[in-house]
Design a protein around this ligand. Structure first.
Ligand code: AMP
Ligand code: ZN
Length: 461
């Protein structure tokens, strides 16, 4: 059975379309990442898990995939956190970026190929804003630069918002410098105690939306294949990204000439309500890991609902995920050597994932594969390959079941440190990698770098 075509629901066409890459030799995607002023909640984690899965499926089909996901490290919320805590902004953003990456790694997410930081791309943003002014899509006033929404006829196409909705949705502050109530900020002035960069419009800082247009263009080139993020970003963030990127040229481009396919994950909810910092109903991935919940349990619970549907976080979804993974590792434990056998994932599982990432269906297939491998070792390698495709079953079964003996929280901490060390090593930050190894030694862990990646065991075994 050959791999069926990948279909994805495209928010721009409002249809489930067959995915046709611009260049089948190199698929390029961008997903909007976190603002790093606090630890990520599991709603943010849902976005990271969904796009990690999409990247895995794309890599299964195409030879070369570049996944870019940004870090927003300049934002008023970060400035507020600095004011509240007295900490340096750069300390806060570096710290929470590291925590985010370690937490997402613990959930089985591979690090994006490129993780651009907004503050490292200010010249690209200034260049794009300058082009927008040159082509009469933006104007400077009192140290601010604003995008003029009526100048772009395609504005509203992604979200389907008409002009009245746009104005209402823009949550317009009373701003006398706006030519049109829907206009939005590209650049704003900074006082001397606020982070700021010199620009043709004075010392200031970028608005949020411009960073993604500038960083996607810089790292992927235009147009690229897939742009994603949570459904909350459709308007205004993604609508504004399209407007900026498409108007920075002599003739405004069509919305699809920024990114072809727009993929939006639904909300993670608690008691039916969107999980968010502002509603104060959030649970962080970090706290769950600290509390001893295994990263793969969180991952599987997050994949239990189809990515476009709301997913309600509940003890029951966690319990189901834990039960299934315990069953999986019980089977894997029986034939640990089979992990290395090269084979392909189950065709039905691949077909389910190629059907707009139908994870409920894929998980049903996985249940069947676990049962089959329980009966007969011959099914073990297909099971393992299928798990790999979903980013599950990635731990040494002995470690999985060793957990209660040495404490869940400690295992979570060890795995986070190992993931952070891997990130440091990839970035060739060997001093940081050594420090992390020393921390692991201090926790009583022996770490071995093997061809299959790092393996650890308690010193006394
Ligand atoms: P933020 O740090 O709020 O900009 O969010 C980072 C990413 O997580 C974005 O792609 C958001 O759309 C996504 N996100 C935020 N809250 C939720 C939620 N409750 N459920 C699903 N995705 C979310
Ligand atoms: Zn973005």
């Amino acid at each position: 059975m050959t791999t069926p075509p990948l279909t994805l629901y495209n928010s721009l066409t409002r249809a489930k379309d067959v995915f046709t890459p611009i260049d089948p030799d190199h698929v390029r995607l961008y997903a909007c990442g976190p603002t790093v002023y606090a630890t990520a909640h599991i709603g943010n984690a849902r976005m990271a898990v969904v796009f990690d899965l999409l990247v895995r499926v794309l890599r299964h089909i195409y030879p070369h995939v570049t996944y870019v996901s940004n870090i927003t490290d300049v934002d008023d919320k970060i400035m507020d956190a600095a004011a509240e805590t007295g900490r340096d902004i750069s300390d806060i953003t570096a710290f929470y970026t590291e925590v985010y990456n370690a937490d997402m790694a613990a959930l089985g997410n591979a690090q994006p190929d490129i993780q651009p930081r907004a503050t490292a791309h200010i010249p690209e943003m200034i260049a794009m804003i300058t082009a927008l002014i040159d082509h009469d899509h933006a104007y400077a006033v009192d140290g601010h630069v604003l995008f003029n929404v009526p100048s772009y006829p395609d504005y509203g196409r992604l979200s389907g918002r008409n002009r009245d909705d746009q104005i209402a949705g823009a949550r317009v502050e009373v701003a006398p410098y706006k030519r049109d109530p829907a206009d939005f900020i590209l650049w704003k002035p900074s006082s001397s105690d606020q982070p700021g960069w010199d620009s043709p419009w004075g010392r200031g800082r970028p608005g949020w939306h411009i960073e993604c247009s500038a960083m996607a263009a810089r790292h992927l080139g235009l147009p690229f294949d897939i742009h994603g993020g949570g459904v909350d970003l459709k308007f205004p963030h993604h609508e504004n990204e399209i407007a900026q990127a498409c108007c920075a040229h002599h003739t405004p481009r069509d919305a699809a000439d920024f990114a072809r396919v727009w993929v939006h994950n639904g909300f993670l909810t608690v008691g039916g309500e969107k999980m968010s910092k502002s509603l104060n109903n959030f649970i962080t991935a970090h706290a769950l890991l600290e509390g001893g919940m295994k990263g793969e349990v969180i991952r599987l619970a997050l994949l239990g609902a189809h990515y476009r549907q709301p997913s309600d976080w509940s003890d029951d979804s966690v319990h189901q995920a834990q039960k299934m993974l315990d069953k999986l590792y019980t089977v894997l434990q029986r034939a640990p050597g089979d992990h290395a056998v090269p084979t392909s994932a189950d065709p039905e599982l691949v077909a389910a994932l190629c059907d707009d990432l139908n994870t409920p269906q894929a998980i049903a297939v996985l249940h069947r594969l676990i049962d089959a491998a329980r009966q007969d070792d011959a099914h073990m390698s297909v099971l393992k390959a299928s798990c790999d495709l979903m980013g599950l079953g990635q731990h040494d079964p002995a470690t999985w079941f060793a957990t209660p003996e040495i404490g869940d929280a400690l295992v979570a901490q060890i795995e986070r440190l190992i993931a952070a060390r891997e990130t440091a090593r990839k970035a060739r930050d060997f001093a940081q990698a050594d420090t992390l190894r020393q921390e692991l030694t201090a926790l009583g862990v022996t770490l071995e770098d093997t061809s299959e990646g790092p393996k650890w065991r308690p010193n006394n075994t």
